[in-house]
Structure formats: C-alpha cells, structure tokens
Ligand binder design. Structure first.
Ligand code: 8YV
Length: 321
C-alpha cells in the first residue's frame, strides 16, 4: 500500500519527523527556509497533509491550487493563519494544538506582567550599560502586582490560567471581559468577576490580552482604549499582533499615558514598530510564550497525531471544522 505524502512546512523536532516517517512519505523544511506563497503551493503538490505553524497561511488560493489536500494540522492553538470556512468548503480538515500549551503560556503571561510592572529589562539595560553608580530611593520604582487589580480580556483556557495565578498566588482582584461569560463554577475557581470592557480598562492596574485574533478583534486596543486606562497601568499582549494598534501604543507609552507595556506579539511580526524599539518602558519578546521544550514537543506531537489520525481514516483529535 502506498503511504500518503505530507509536507512539514517549518523545521520541527527530528523525533516528530521520525514519527511522521513511520506513516507517511515526508517532505520537510528542516533548513527552515522562508518560502514564498508560490513555493509553498509548489511544495504542496501531490501532498495529502500539511503540518503548519502559525505563520503558514492556508487560504482559498492555496486550497484551489492543491486539490489533493485532506488535512492541515497547525502546531499552534491560534489559527488566524487558516481560512477555516474556505477549508470546510474545500472538504479539508483543519486542526489546531490547544490545551498542551495552556499552563506554559499562562506562566509566560505572568512572567511578562511581572517584568513589565517591575521594570526588569529596563533596569537590566541600565546596569549592563555601566550606568549604576549609586542607589536611590525611587530608582526603577514600578507598580505592585500583589493586591492589585488584574483585568483579563479574553477568558479562554490561557486567560483562566493567568487568573488563577493572579488570584490564588498573588492575592490579585481579577476582573475579566469575554465574548461569553464563564460558568459560575469557573468564575469561583478563577476568583474572577465579569465586567464590561470599558469598566475593565478604567479600573484594572494591569491589563492582560489573551483573546484570539479575528477581523472583529483587530485593534481591540487603540488610542481610545488606551486613553481609558490608568496612567499607572501596564498592558500585556500575549495574544496576537493586530489586537493592539502598535503605533497608538508606542505614542501612549512615549507620552506616559500608560506606565508600561509587555509585548510578545506584534503587528506584522517579525517586524516590530520602530518606535517600540527605542521606548524604554516596554518589554519586548519574540513570540515565545509557549516556548519550553516539553510544551513545543507536545504541540508538535499533537499536530502529528492529527495528521496520522485523519490520513489513516480516523477522526482528528482537535478539529476546527
Ligand atoms: C506558537 C502561538 O508558538 O499557539 C499559538 O497560538 O501563538 C504560539 O504558541 C506559534 O503560533 C507557532 O505555531
């Protein structure tokens, strides 16, 4: 029996490639070359499955050019790189990689919040530059985490993980806003209170963004929203680039309309708005919230499991359509 052919679009763990090779004829991109869309389409010819990461776009044009495709498995919980409606219409299964990254990503959200509020990278740059000559009472004074109000926009699994850390670990008052309200049981577990978006922006000491990207969530935080926030507030984005208007944020930070921001995701990444690179009160990380080896391995294995299931006639584990 001939084995199905698949494409792995980005470099991944060799052990995951080896697993896939037990089931498929695998073409992989272990050199991690940047392909143009035309090259990607050309590589997909004759393939029944593709292993993608968050930067690999699957849209109507790709689907029309690759009629043999049966499944696209994303090694990512976010799937704004997929046109799921077009995939459904084309009869192509879409899968993502939820759950396995929840706690790791919530850890990172909290780390970025703490680094931002307590000015860790800004003070480290100062020290490394040899500028530390004496102690002073207000040197790099930041804002407190414990006992403060944490506002979470987007209360899925990762948002809930951050809420638990804040409420149970740091005695924070947690407020949240989401498309739909959590069950009473989950609200109690997370010690979180549902509020409107405007109330959240006005009252939170720290605003954490964990909502999925879609055209509807584009620029959820822009100049108007930033102007509602406290001048002492911090903003953390671990969700997706495009949820924040980065130019508006850079102006607000430069003018100290809010105190500080922590950003793991950017509009048009890996490009970063040039103003953000020169502003001191922002902590910048290159989209690494899920980056621990065990978690990235679990994400890759889940994408592989989905490919194996669908191309051997079984149901996908984590379907999107
Ligand atoms: C991934 C992510 O690292 O899962 C997501 O939605 O943003 C990250 O965990 C990235 O998308 C790679 O696929």
């Amino acid at each position: 029996m001939t084995q199905p052919k698949i494409l792995v679009a980005r470099a991944v763990f060799p052990e995951v490639i080896a697993r896939l090779e037990q089931h498929f004829v695998v073409e992989s991109n272990q050199l991690d070359d940047n392909w143009t869309k035309a090259q990607f389409i050309q590589k997909l010819q004759g393939k029944q499955g593709v292993f993608t990461t968050g930067g690999d776009r699957i849209d109507a044009e790709v689907l029309a050019a690759c009629p043999g495709l049966k499944i696209c498995a994303n090694m990512s919980v976010g799937y704004n790189n997929f046109d799921v409606d077009a995939m459904t219409q084309a009869g192509v299964t879409a899968t993502n990689a939820p759950d396995v990254l929840t706690e790791t990503t919530a850890d990172f959200g909290f780390a970025l919040l703490m680094a931002t509020a307590r000015r860790m990278t800004e003070s480290e740059h100062y020290l490394r530059a040899g500028k530390w000559s004496k102690w002073s009472f207000d040197m790099f004074a930041g804002s407190d985490i414990h006992g403060s109000t944490l506002g979470i926009l987007g209360m899925g699994r990762i948002g809930q993980g951050i809420a638990r850390r804040g409420a149970h670990g740091f005695g924070m008052k947690v407020i949240y806003h989401n498309r739909s309200r959590l069950s009473a049981e989950l609200e109690t577990d997370c010690k979180a209170t549902y509020v409107g978006k405007e109330e959240l922006l006005k009252t939170a000491d720290h605003v954490m963004l964990v909502l999925p990207y879609s055209p509807a969530s584009h620029h959820t935080i822009g100049a108007a929203e930033l102007s509602l926030m406290k001048p002492t507030a911090t903003l953390v984005n671990i969700a997706r680039g495009g949820i924040v208007d980065d130019a508006a944020l850079a102006s607000a930070l430069a003018a100290r309309r809010i105190a500080a921001a922590g950003l793991d995701v950017f509009e048009g990444e890996p490009k970063v708005h040039p103003d953000l690179l020169t502003i001191p009160n922002v902590v910048l990380t290159p989209h690494i919230a899920s980056a621990t080896i065990p978690t990235r391995l679990a994400m890759a294995n889940l994408a592989a499991d989905n490919l194996i299931a669908v191309l051997t006639g079984k149901k996908p584990l984590t379907p999107l359509n």
